[in-house]
Structures are given as C-alpha cells and as structure tokens.
Design a protein around this ligand. Structure first.
Ligand code: PBG
Length: 338
C-alpha cells in the first residue's frame, strides 16, 4: 500500500476525523454485517430443547427441532449460513467412528430439518471423526498412531451422507493429507459437483478447543487400550509455524477447495492475513469455543464490556481479511447490528 505524503502537525491532526460518530462512521474502513457471520452451533439427540455447556454460557446444545428454529432465525437475522456440530451419545461411539457415515444419524437429520425450515440458509458440516470416535481423535488409530489413508476413506463416506442429506458446504477439519482431493473426487463421481468445500486448511493444535470438546463430549483423548496419542499434534499444525500454513492452503486449493479457513481465530490473525494476501480466495476464520469462553468468562466477572468485546473481536477478523467468521456469537451479533 502506498500512503500519501503526510502534512506535518499542526496542518495534519488525525483526531479531526474522530470527533463525532457520524464522521467516524463515514471514514470507517471495515463495517461488520450479519452477512459476515456463519453461526456455529452444536446439536444433540436428547429430549431437552437445550442442553447447556458449562464452559459456553449462552451457547447450549440444541435439539433438532431447535436447530430448525435456528435456521429460520438465521434467515430473519440475515445470517447466511449455519455450521452444525454433533454431540453424539457415548453408546453410539466406537473406535472407528462408524456412526459418522450413518445417513439417519444426528447430523443428517439436523441438516434435513434446517434445510426444510429455511432452504435459503446455507448449511455447513464439519467433516471429521472426533464426535463419533470413543477416543476423541479425528482419525482411525492403528498401534497407537493416527492413520492417514484409512481415515480419509471413512471421511469420504461421512461427507457423502452429509452431502446427500442436503449439506451445502463440506468443511473437512481433520487435517489428514489428501482429504480435499478425495472428497472432491467422490463428490464428482456421485453427481454432487455443486457441493462446496471449505477446508480447515490451516488448523492448529490448539488449547482453545477445550470447551468444544466438552460440548461434543470428546474430552477423553489418550484413553484407550493402545496408548492412544494424548494430543492432536501429529495431524494439526504446530502453533510456531506460518510458512507451513501457506503450503497447507496451496495444497487444498490444488485439490479442489473452494474456500479455506484458518483456525483458531484471534490468536492466528497474522496467518489469516497472510493467507488472504497470498491466495486471494475467500478465506474464513473460526472464532473457536475457547475464544467464546474467554470473552464470556471475563465479561461474567465484569472485567470487560461484553457486547463491545464481542463486536470488536469479530470486526478484527473482517479487518484482517476474512470473508466471514464462524462464531457461536452469530445470532447475538446479528441482533446487535440490527
Ligand atoms: C474437530 C473439530 C474441532 C473443532 C471443530 N472441529 C476440535 C478439534 O479439532 O479438536 C473446534 C471448534 C471449537 O473449538 O469451537 N475436528
């Protein structure tokens, strides 16, 4: 970017353009709107309409019926898309995440209910096995290691049932190598060529997913007979890396991703900016569960102003170059923006 030569003070007083809200609004470079939001929500299969998550006050798990209402609410609020994540009953989990490919499973039922309720609202599905495996890993485990290619086969089965249920955007969050190409090929072969792929291209092995693991009931990493890995560092990215994010994104684009995502959000704004500038394709951010929990916890103590902190956090993504942001705050923010 080139900047015009600056007049020296006092001819130049930058505070002139900050003196009243009308002029601040007129010169504002980025304006957050509901169209920038993807509403992430967790669904469950129980009898209750809402199942609270202790670490995520204000973002309970919703029944399928409530999820359908959420889709209508999204339409009314101008939120373009909902991302759905499942809380699977422990009895339905196994070592290979087989219920991930169940066409009558919770995710598929939620997708159908939401698309029936509000067909104009996009639905995004996470493609990953962790909600469905009893060990909580995103991949199949063989002799204490997360396997790649057998995991990709299962992900393809999962993605096809999601797409057949009416999901508009598949978002593989597993970080296996080659999964985007495998999904794209399987979609083409199945006549589902219009289904979009938003890959979690640069997804880091992060402590900020903690509350999410409570929400989907996958907090038992490391348990199991095979000395399962205690973390996801062999597939999710090292937080020290930035160049590697560009390689991940380049690969996913080459394999057929339509859009990419950087995750988590706020601690990785530098990555978001770099990816957006390097590739100039729709780049999304995920304001993850731990970011939600931090804001809610601090605000709950009265240490920060809740509404302002929420809005500021989301404006940061847009300013950094995000085409949109996945956030549990979406309906609240859309309401605040009026
Ligand atoms: C699963 C997945 C995770 C999140 C989204 N998809 C957790 C993880 O990778 O361990 C995190 C979402 C959040 O924290 O809000 N692959």
């Amino acid at each position: 970017m080139s900047t015009a030569p600056l007049a020296p003070y006092p001819a130049l007083r930058l505070r002139r353009l900050r003196q009243a809200e009308w002029i601040r609004g007129l010169v504002r470079e980025t304006v957050l709107t509901p169209a920038d939001l993807i509403w992430s929500l967790v669904v469950h299969d129980g009898a209750d309409d809402e199942l609270p998550v202790a670490s995520m006050p204000g973002a309970p798990r919703l029944s399928v019926r409530r999820a359908a209402e959420a889709a209508r609410r999204a339409r009314a609020l101008g939120i373009p898309c909902i991302a759905v994540f499942p809380f699977i009953d422990g009895a339905r989990k196994d070592a290979t995440g087989s219920s991930a490919a169940d066409p009558d499973g919770l995710v598929c039922r939620a997708v159908k209910a939401m698309k029936d309720a509000a067909p104009e609202v996009g639905v995004l599905c996470d493609v990953a096995l962790d909600p469905f495996t009893d060990h909580g890993h995103d991949g199949l485990i063989h002799r204490g290691r997360i396997t790649n290619d057998p995991t990709v086969e299962r992900l393809v089965e999962q993605a096809l049932v999601q797409a057949q249920a009416g999901c508009d955007i598949l978002a593989p969050s597993d970080m296996m190598d080659g999964r985007v190409g495998a999904l794209r090929g399987a979609l083409e072969a199945a006549g589902l060529q219009d289904v979009m792929i938003m890959s979690y291209a640069a997804k880091y092995a992060s402590a900020f997913y903690g509350p999410y693991r409570e929400a989907i009931g996958s907090g038992t990493l490391g348990a199991g007979p095979d000395a399962n890995p205690a973390d996801k560092k062999t597939y999710q990215m090292d937080p020290g890396n930035s160049d590697e994010a560009l390689r991940e994104v380049a690969l996913d684009i080459a394999e057929g991703a339509d859009m990419v995502m950087v995750k988590p959000g706020m601690p990785y704004l530098d990555i978001l900016r770099r990816v957006h500038e390097a590739f100039a394709l729709p780049t999304f951010a995920f304001q993850v569960s731990g970011e939600y929990a931090m804001i809610m916890a601090a605000a709950g103590h009265g240490w920060i102003a809740e509404d302002r902190a929420i809005l500021e956090s989301l404006q940061a993504f847009k300013r950094a170059g995000a085409a949109g942001t996945l956030t549990y705050f979406a309906p609240r923010v859309a309401e605040m923006l009026g």
